[in-house]
Design a binder for this molecule. Structure first.
Ligand SMILES: Cc1ncc(COP(=O)(O)O)c(C=O)c1O
Length: 400
């Protein structure tokens, strides 16, 4: 079935932060473009594509039944999650009892932090760091302890295991966030890397929050290896957070979940997340997941991935050819993290001024500094290819 990844959706006034918040969220959102210039949204991590037809069909069918009273998630909901992870990621055996519901992956993260850490306690994370982790930790009054990722001689972002261990020991770290695949660096971690991290965490009794919201975005032949499959220690020493929201463009519907295989961890997390009474699934969100996690949804994701590979390549080819710009070609996610250090130094332009030039030209790209990139931009390429091309043409003029 052909899917439409070519039409640019007009999202203005349609409940879309990507376009409606330009210039409104100081320090987070890009500024709106100069008068008369059309913005190209390339920042917050949702997509300028319609969701999969099977999702629309499932929501519409449910909406036609005109009652939305109290409900409990159906067994089919748990079965769909289990089926998706088994067929897409090779992880059999995820059962209803392992699955918890969370209002957003960040909601799940907050529940884990409240349940398993004390106020002001340090939580290990890698930097660059997804801004949502930074904000959630701050709001929960926890402190992030950042272990920098380092580029190896081939430019690949790698974990620094010695640095991680040093920080774990020095600060008595009990909880770590492991973002896999990694936003914003675009790594789909290799098995050996995850194994080493898992050994380290197990050796120091560190509970791992595996944020796998980007699981469905390992591109080309890159692996996505779920953390809990790495070893028995990883399985019983982790809580995995994920959702169909990133994959199917459903962030506005909420609806995330966790897997916890160890019973005591699961009970403690459930006590925290359920006791708030805010953490209940929405009926349309459940039906969205039921439409997404199907063979039709899977076929849509397969097509989407091809579109994203082409878009990532187009932007990275431009960056590679531009003097003074540099980016790791991500093997996962739809984000390109562009290092502008050399360009800014040569041109004598501050990163903030460069961003302003791009925003004025309607390239609504994100300030990379909030992710820990001192002179970086984060570009979302989940747009029709023609729009990515248009953005590149505008960038060519600015970086000329
Ligand atoms: C790594 C990561 N985790 C969590 C989220 C946000 O998840 P949610 O909207 O479900 O809270 C994002 C969104 O970009 C993300 O990149």
């Amino acid at each position: 079935m052909p899917f439409d990844f070519d039409t640019m959706l007009d999202r203005v006034g349609r409940d879309a932060t990507a376009v409606d918040a330009l210039g409104k969220l100081e320090g987070f959102a890009p500024d709106p473009p100069a008068a008369g210039v059309e913005p190209i949204p390339m920042w917050i991590a949702d997509m300028n594509f319609p969701t999969a037809p099977s999702v629309i069909q499932a929501i519409t069918e449910r909406a036609q039944h005109p009652a939305f009273g109290y409900f409990r998630p159906k067994q089919a909901y748990y079965d769909a999650i289990s089926w998706w992870w088994e067929t897409r990621h090779g992880t059999p055996g995820i059962a209803k009892e392992h699955i918890g519901y969370h209002n957003g992956v960040l909601g799940g993260l907050a529940s884990v932090l409240y349940a398993f850490t004390e106020p002001n306690e340090r939580v290990l994370v890698h930097s660059p760091t997804y801004i949502g982790f930074t904000n959630t930790a701050r709001l929960c009054k926890r402190t992030l302890e950042s272990s920098p990722l380092v580029r190896d001689s081939a430019g690949v972002w790698r974990m620094d295991f010695d640095d991680m261990e040093r920080r774990i020991v020095e600060h008595g770290i009990r909880v770590a966030i492991f973002c896999s695949p990694h936003n914003p660096c675009g790594r789909a971690w290799e098995r050996g890397e995850i194994e080493r991290a898992a050994e380290l965490f197990a050796a120091h009794n560190v509970l791992v929050i595996a944020d796998e919201i980007w699981a469905d975005f390992a591109l080309r032949d890159a692996p996505f290896i779920p953390y809990h499959t790495i070893s028995e220690a990883a399985r019983v020493g982790s809580i995995t957070l994920s959702a169909p929201s990133k994959t199917f463009n459903l962030a506005g519907l909420q609806g995330s979940y966790s897997f916890t295989f160890e019973e005591q961890l699961r009970t403690r997390l459930a006590q925290q997340s359920v006791s708030s009474h805010y953490n209940d699934i929405n009926v349309l969100s459940m039906h969205a997941l039921l439409g997404a996690y199907t063979t039709e949804g899977a076929a849509w994701v397969d097509e989407l991935q091809k579109v994203l590979v082409r878009n990532v390549d187009a932007l990275c080819d431009f960056v590679d050819a531009a003097d003074g710009l540099e980016a790791y070609r991500p093997e996962a996610t739809y984000m390109v993290f562009i290092d502008c250090t050399q360009w800014c130094a040569t041109q004598g332009v501050a990163i903030g001024d460069l961003e302003k030039r791009l925003w004025d030209a309607g390239v609504a790209i994100q300030d990379g500094r909030m992710f820990g990139g001192p002179c970086h931009l984060r570009a979302n390429v989940a747009l029709p290819y023609a729009k990515v091309q248009e953005a590149i043409e505008r960038m060519e003029r600015i970086f000329a």
